[in-house]
Design a protein around this ligand. Sequence first.
Ligand SMILES: [Zn+2]
Length: 271
Amino acid sequence: MSDPPFVIIMEKEIEIKYHGIFDSHAHYDDDKFDEDREELLKSLADHGVEKIINIAADMESCKTSCELAEKYDFVYSAAGVHPHAAEEVYGTDYLTKIEEYLSNKKVVAIGEIGLDYHYDFSPRDIQRAVFEEQLALAKQLDVPVVIHSREATEDTLELLKKYRPKGVVHCFSGSAETAAEMLKLGLYIGFTGAVTFKNASKLLLAAQSVPLDRLLIETDCPYMTPVPHRGKRCDSRLVYLTAEKLAELHNVDTQQLIDITHKNTVECFEL
Ligand SMILES: [Zn+2]
């Protein structure tokens, strides 16, 4: 993918109003953070961001993500293969490698894994096979998963019902009905800055339908930049905007929502 150039958000554009924020899904190993990664990560505490789970997407990012978790106390990591990279790993010894990463106690989940029928970067049968293999591994090792599902609700649900993993459906983009199915399976639901976008009414109904004790907040940075910073590079300093929107939907104080989602993230990833 060739990405458009990005703009880094300046310090003065961000309000600091909250504390104890847990960003449950970020990609700080992404090359969009190459120029200021260290400086940015070190500044997050001053913005009330207390903890982060950095999520892998392919074998290379399993390595770089785990390195970040080893370097920074407040960063945890997941290891896993995104559907985009399914074809790259299919038929290799990637499961053994993921299992090795999981022996590090800062590596707390298998993810992100799932199905993406929007981009179809890997053939669907291979996406399904690689998702299924990782769900089986999660079950065997009794670790949580981070699930990515885009335009693939039916197949995702079918495999989740078959394997019954624990974990989170991240960057939720479905309906309240789909959320209800995921909740029935005992999963947490993660929301990004997408809840702040215009025309998000269906997503807002879904977000409202998820009980507070199953909600997680996340940036999915460098992507999914919340309003009013769209078009710029996202980072964890902005997750409070997602929290404010969810707090409004649930009629609670934003700091209260931040505290609840922090506790939920600890529970979801068994930290
Ligand atoms: Zn992600």
